[in-house]
Design a protein around this ligand. Structure first.
Ligand SMILES: [Mg+2]
Length: 128
């Protein structure tokens, strides 16, 4: 079977998510502010996987993997809804952001480093 194009998958997933919402008449609650809050709250729930875990950063137990799947899905669902409602093209905005990150973090300068992009700017270069 041919792999689906990513944009086809995103369109299908968005329809499934929006249908779920519309069947419950929940769009009335989904303004951009509350969707942004929801993305952030679900991201915080994702962080709970690692709370109090000290140096244990791995996701290597069934319990952790299940929680990561659930909360990452929640983050993505609210993100898809926000993109849909604001008529944003997910592949387009992600691709544009990667292009921007390529400019900010040239591979030849940033390879293997975790510095902020300002560390790679030339003197006098606008980095924002
Ligand atoms: Mg959640």
């Amino acid at each position: 079977m041919e792999p689906k194009l990513m944009s086809d998958s995103i369109t299908e997933l968005t329809k499934k998510i929006v249908n779920f919402r519309d069947e419950r008449n929940w769009k009335q609650f989904h303004n951009p502010k509350d969707l942004a809050i929801s993305v952030s709250l679900e991201a915080a729930e994702l962080l709970e996987v690692f709370q109090w875990s000290g140096a244990d950063t791995a996701v290597d137990t069934e319990k952790k993997i299940a929680k990561v799947k659930e909360e990452l899905a929640d983050v993505l669902i609210y993100s898809f809804l926000m993109a849909n409602d604001l008529e944003l093209d997910i592949p387009g905005i992600v691709s544009a952001k990667i292009d921007e990150n390529n400019r900010k973090y040239p591979a030849e300068k940033a390879y293997g480093k975790a510095d902020k992009y300002t560390a790679y700017a030339e003197d006098g270069e606008i980095t924002e």
